[in-house]
Design a protein around this ligand. Sequence first.
Ligand code: SAM
Length: 144
Amino acid sequence: MRQDEIWNQDAAQRYDTPGTGMFAPDVLRPTVDFLAALAGDGPALEFAIGTGRVAVPLSERGVPVSGIELSRPMIEQLRAKADAATIPVTAGDMASATAPGTFALVYLVYNTISNLLTQREQVACFRNAARHLRPGGRFVIEVR
Ligand SMILES: C[S@@+](CC[C@H](N)C(=O)[O-])C[C@H]1O[C@@H](n2cnc3c(N)ncnc32)[C@H](O)[C@@H]1O
């Protein structure tokens, strides 16, 4: 199956589990603390931003956050929480899409690098992160 078939409307509507699982405060708080400390004044760019599980609380901390996301239904779920002025999202593939601007931090969490199924795509994703970073910026990947 293609990624846009997996992350369809049904998956997007079921994704958020406020307060539990990957949305539990003891999971999210350390993640957001870690990213906020690295981002400083930002801005930050989340690859595969999804429904904004991490981006929304990071933005609420005062870090400007943008995203790249392949799935339109996931972006629609994010839009129920944050508008495009607050968290701009570029629809596209994190291995190749370009978000406007340059960033202090690019991050890709929740094992999502593994959604790119070939080494060629994963290397392209690292190159794309580098293209978006300011000098001295950081690329964070979370893999279980
Ligand atoms: C496990 S979810 C993670 C979402 C969010 N980062 C989080 O931590 O909750 C995986 C996300 O990766 C997105 N995705 C998969 N392949 C992608 C690609 N090549 N480019 C951009 N987004 C992609 C999916 O649409 C889905 O929103």
